[in-house]
Design a protein around this ligand. Structure first.
Ligand code: ARG
Length: 403
């Protein structure tokens, strides 16, 4: 086998990607392995351990801090689109294009065009990461060893132990976890069975109803241009704002999500998520849209949002269709400004008030106490002719059955 020069391995520090390090040398014939870990808000410990492991295995390692960019350009785009797929706020999905983009940036700096990742052949991440890399670097060569070798966890563990790879933590972990600023996803083992009760131990960001704080809390979230800008009156940069709300909402048990998810390949898999901050922000954002957008806009935006979510789920982040959808979304968001008050208690997140300069609400019109602004008598004619066509149909039907 002719030795190839350099490969950039998108590295998380977990079992799959750790196994890829020696494999890239032994089986794929690369001389130099460069590992890159993209920080999109996973636990600091994971980031540190990934760097230590990679260096111990002799790779050239880079940790790339993409937290602020992830919050501002990815999470905030999802907020404007009320981003959710089958009830899941797309936390893993929207991180993948950025991870791909950052890996490409690193490769360009290093003069490399070969990549490897640890995605399996069953999930969605293989589509998202490979699309992002190929979209930004058409000449890229991409390896997916776990998929290409149809690996099992058992095989990976034996391979790792035989080579003394630092995978001790992976042996004790039963669950497969993916974590970033926008949410935490827990998969694997029995959790994927539709009828298995998720054990309390899988949750780390959210308290269960019993452990959740015993007193309700109120949060005030301010928006401008469709994105949150301040919590309880205090202006905050995007990443900090999301982190803060993850903590506040998580302590009140908000944001546990359990869904049957239709993956891209058609597999139906049961998924567990913790998205406390995202749940709170999306709830508030929808409340402000309901106050400020017209009925027609809301109806049409729901369709646009669903298309946006499908693209985001599939990782087609650089599809021009997404820009087209965002042109509409962006036009509506200029008026999504104001403040939403929410009450958090034992897992519930309730809107208890909303206000904004573009509110399409007029107290005099809606009130029961003002006879001048809206003269009820004027409705008489409109009401009389309401439902004209179904009424004509019913009359015809009666005539036909009398025959
Ligand atoms: N099913 C989700 C998605 O496709 C999350 C997958 C996260 N991966 C994990 N190992 N927990 O977006």
């Amino acid at each position: 086998m002719k030795a190839k020069s350099k490969v950039v391995l998108v590295y998380s520090g977990g079992l799959d990607t750790t196994v890829c390090i020696p494999l890239m040398k032994e089986e794929y014939g690369y001389e130099e392995i460069v590992t890159v870990t993209i920080d999109v808000g996973q636990p600091e410990d994971d980031i540190r351990q990934a760097a230590e492991k990679a260096r111990a295995l002799g790779t050239e390692h880079y940790t790339i801090d993409a937290r602020e960019e992830f919050a501002r350009d990815y999470c905030f785009a999802a907020i404007r689109a009320n981003g959710a797929y089958e009830g899941y706020p797309l936390s893993t999905s929207i991180a993948r294009p950025l991870i791909g983009a950052k890996a490409v940036e690193a490769a360009r700096r290093l003069g490399a065009s070969h990549f490897a990742h640890g995605c399996t052949g069953k999930g969605n991440d293989q589509f998202r990461i490979e699309f992002a890399i190929r979209a930004l670097m058409p000449e890229a060569v991409i390896h997916a060893p776990v998929r290409e070798r149809n690996m099992t966890r058992k095989w990976e563990i034996e391979y790792a132990l035989a080579r003394n790879l630092p995978v001790k933590a992976s042996l004790e972990k039963i669950w497969s976890i993916d974590e970033n600023l926008w949410g935490r996803s827990i998969e694997g083992g029995r959790l994927e069975e539709p009828d298995f009760t998720p054990p309390e131990e899988i949750f780390q960001w959210t308290k269960g109803p019993e452990a959740a704080l015993g007193k309700p809390a109120e949060v005030r979230l301010a928006f401008r241009d469709g994105v949150p800008v301040a919590v309880d009156g205090e202006p905050m940069a995007p990443a900090r704002l999301i982190a803060q709300l993850n903590k506040i909402a998580g302590d009140h048990g908000v944001g546990r999500i359990d869904v049957m998810e239709d993956r891209m390949l058609g597999l139906k898999v049961r998924e567990n998520y913790e998205c406390p901050g995202a749940t709170l922000i999306l709830t508030a954002h929808k409340a402000l849209e309901a106050l400020t957008l017209t009925r027609e806009e809301l109806r049409f935006k729901a369709l646009v949002d669903a298309e946006w979510a499908r693209l985001a789920y599939e990782g087609l982040w650089f599809d021009p269709f997404k820009d087209d959808l965002e042109a509409f979304i962006g036009a509506t968001q200029k008026r999504v400004e104001g403040e939403v008050r929410l009450r958090l208690f034992k897992g519930s997140c309730q809107v208890i008030g909303r206000s904004g300069p573009w509110a399409l609400y007029n107290e005099a019109l809606a009130s029961f106490d003002d006879a001048e602004a809206f003269d009820q008598r004027e409705s008489t004619g409109i009401v009389k002719h309401f439902g004209l066509q179904p009424r004509m149909f019913l009359r015809l039907q009666q005539g036909a059955s009398a025959k």
